[in-house]
Ligand binder design. Sequence first.
Ligand SMILES: [Zn+2]
Length: 187
Amino acid sequence: MDGLIRANVSEESRVPVGTNTAAVCPKVVARGQWGAVPPLSEERLQGPACRAVIHHTALWPCTAPPDCLAQLTHIQKLHMQDRHFQDIGYNFLIGGDGMIYEGRGWGVVGAHSKGNNHDSVGIAFMGNFNHESPSPAALSSTRLLLHCGVALGHLHPTYTLLGHRDLAKTECPGNTLYEALCLLTHH
Ligand SMILES: [Zn+2]
């Protein structure tokens, strides 16, 4: 019940990003708003992504902006300094409260699924979902984000939704989130 109420609050507070997409696009916290450093370089996707790959960050659960901001900064640093990526690897990240954070954003090649980044968008749920369940708010926001991606032409209308483990030998996105993936395509 608590989850349902939070999901509703999250949907009501979303802000339209443009007149044509007002009905379908959720509010996204822009890079500048969470203190991202600029990418070292950026490569654009050649067309709409035909796959959406769901990840988890496998870090601490984050359910409110201060905690999520700390995790975003941590991940960007980890990806750029330790792994020598050009930027934070994911296209978007989702907080437990349903807040959506811009990573590389739409239309940009990510670094999240080796060998599969050039035709996909990578979305990471913040937390570890091997045992914790994804919140209804996070699932609801992601569903809206995917719908928005199709509306904006960044995701192919018949895109395939995958978990990272479908493409590589990894636990990602965790058992509970992997089991919940079907909830992301219901409208
Ligand atoms: Zn992953």
